[in-house]
Design a protein around this ligand. Sequence first.
Ligand code: MN
Length: 341
Amino acid sequence: MSGAGAGLSLGRYAVATDPGRKRRQNEDAFVVRPPLFAIADGMGGARAGEIASELAAGALKDAEARGGGEARVKQLVQEANRRVHERASNDPATSGMGTTMTVALVEPSGELTFGHVGDSRAYVLRGDTLEQLTDDHSLVAELVRRGELSARDAEVHPQRSVITRALGTDPDVDVDAFTWRPEAGDVYLLCSDGLSDMVAGETIEEILRRHRGDLDDAAKALVKAANRGGGDDNITAVLFELVEGEAVPEEPDERTREMVVSPDEEDTLHPEDGVRPPPPRDDATEPADTMVVPAAEIDAALAAEEPETPHAGIGRRLLALLVILALIAIIVVLVWWGLAR
Ligand code: MN
């Protein structure tokens, strides 16, 4: 490994995945192929979401990436997009399927390159502080960025599963890619929204701090916390750390690659992990399925409401947006139905 200017290299890594408490299938997929890590959260009727995330993860596994920076990571995600879109275009049973994808590549230099589409997340625990590295491509995140919605309201918003970008829905996808300079001791987390929707950021931070000495325990504790928080969705957590030195990463081991944490496995969640009860929810019964609404349509919906006076019309504007989204949802369901028959 030449050019290790930062003097950092990949340390330990771990993964845990679980269907959660409300869903029978696990439509999350992950890639643990050091120096490449990724997670993909699939969506689509029947088993299409599972197919989408597996196709996307498979594209990364086939690529055997060993570095190459932002251009390379964008290329990897584009290839994953191409595979999912091609299948969705040719196989009516999977029409409309899609997946998120968040990728981290440890470069030979010791730097990290991230690629990201959708509402899965990358975080870093640096020192004792958790920081979110990716921006969610979701309706609620977009509303928060525009000042239309508070971060607190976003957590319980009924449309929080609407994402604005996904792999598979179009021949091309707009990929966020960025380079990140790690520090020794950093712990990185890639996760699906089944974790970040169910567990508050401060709790994720506490769990990673408590279990940073054993990343397997940390990953299991995160899954357990998400299940205790409701387990509304599939939960996946990929963890890796950057350490001092130039150690050559060990080969990916088969056990962690396919490891699934079952609910009755040993309790690795410390009582002091302090998992808080989930926030009050409007949709306590059936978790909403993820759907994609392109940002342009959200722009149009918001622009149509623009001549309102500031602040006064926010409630009505949100209501109008909800009505529009409900209509889109009905259309999508009808189209799916039509295609499925
Ligand atoms: Mn999900």
